[in-house]
Design a protein around this ligand. Structure first.
Ligand SMILES: [Zn+2]
Length: 317
């Protein structure tokens, strides 16, 4: 069974890339999903080559913290149903500054980033993350952390109502989404947003291949659509990594099996299903059980979130 691990760059890690990559290799990991700057990627490439560990770039897609973009293109960011920009009023957390996928310039900007990453022959694949809308509803177990009890879609968490989105939707349907009485149940308005993400993913697919094209997504197709407008079963993608983080949904370990089964049924056979497990929620005893639950339900391999969850290094596979 192939094993994957998400790896976020930080100063300490970058200082000791060789040591940490050796640790990862020794723990039985075959492929790394790495998030870091181009400079860090260039440092990591020869190490992963030497240690024969597969390197995929974990690309944070929808969220943007680039100061140049924030300064020069504030209009690229999403607006909620109250007309507030997530640049000035990010929902939930400060870093929730989301780019609107309706805008041609945004698509160009995201495409150029991926083109650059694909120019490295040593990089085995591109892994998209945050390829979605902000959570209109948070996973149920996370809501109390923000003093929220979300039973329906509220305007301050509902995106995107920027002029471009309103104009495009109106051109298609004759309706301004701001005039909708019940936007959360309006099939065409929901589909407009699912399709916005799907079209972006599918256009990136053409750039990334023949490298492996993958993405991290919400745990089941139903949850992904309801919480973050991801219709990931429609994506042209080689591997999908559903984040089956059971405790975020108030579920027990058995749910890893249930969710994996649903995902396998919904996906086309050409797409690999690689469930992500959230290590801080699993004791060392539970970890092999969780892996088994996923594998016996038809997963192709397993991914672990993430290297910072130190316990995995103490309990290699
Ligand atoms: Zn928009």
């Amino acid at each position: 069974m192939k094993k994957w691990m998400w790896l976020r760059n930080n100063a300490e890690l970058e200082k000791n890339f060789l040591l940490h990559t050796e640790n990862i290799k020794q723990a039985g990991i075959d492929a790394i999903l790495f998030s870091g700057s181009i400079e860090a990627i260039e440092k990591l490439i020869p190490i992963t080559q030497k240690l024969k560990i597969e390197l995929h770039i974990w690309s944070i897609t929808g969220i943007c913290s680039d100061p140049e973009i924030i300064k020069n293109h504030p209009d690229w960011f999403m607006l909620n149903r109250n007309g507030e920009s997530c640049l000035q009023n990010p929902p939930y957390v400060d870093y929730y500054k989301w780019l609107c996928p309706s805008k041609l310039e945004v698509k160009k900007y995201l495409t150029e980033r991926i083109v650059k990453l694909c120019s490295y022959p040593e990089i085995a694949g591109i892994h998209l993350d945050y390829i979605r809308y902000p959570d209109v509803i948070l996973p149920v177990a996370i809501q109390p952390e923000y003093n929220l009890h979300q039973t329906h879609e509220e305007p301050q968490f509902d995106y995107c109502y920027c002029p471009e989105c309103r104009q495009q939707f109106s051109a298609k349907t004759g309706i301004d989404p701001l005039d909708l009485q019940s936007p959360s149940t309006h099939t065409n308005w929901l589909k407009f947003r699912y399709d916005n993400i799907t079209n972006l993913v599918n256009s990136l697919a053409k750039i990334v291949r023949p490298k492996l094209f993958s993405a991290a997504v919400f745990p089941t197709p139903k949850i992904a659509k309801e919480l973050v407008r991801q219709d990931w079963t429609a994506w042209d993608i080689d591997a999908i990594f559903p984040m089956i983080y059971h405790k975020f949904y108030d579920e027990n370990i058995e749910w890893i099996k249930t969710a994996t089964k649903i995902d396998v049924q919904k996906l086309s056979s050409k797409t690999k299903l690689i469930p992500g497990l959230f290590l801080p929620h699993l004791t060392p005893d539970e970890l092999p059980i969780a892996m088994q639950k996923a594998m016996e339900s038809g997963a192709n391999s397993i991914a672990f979130f993430d290297y910072d969850a130190e316990k995995i290094m103490k309990h290699p596979f």
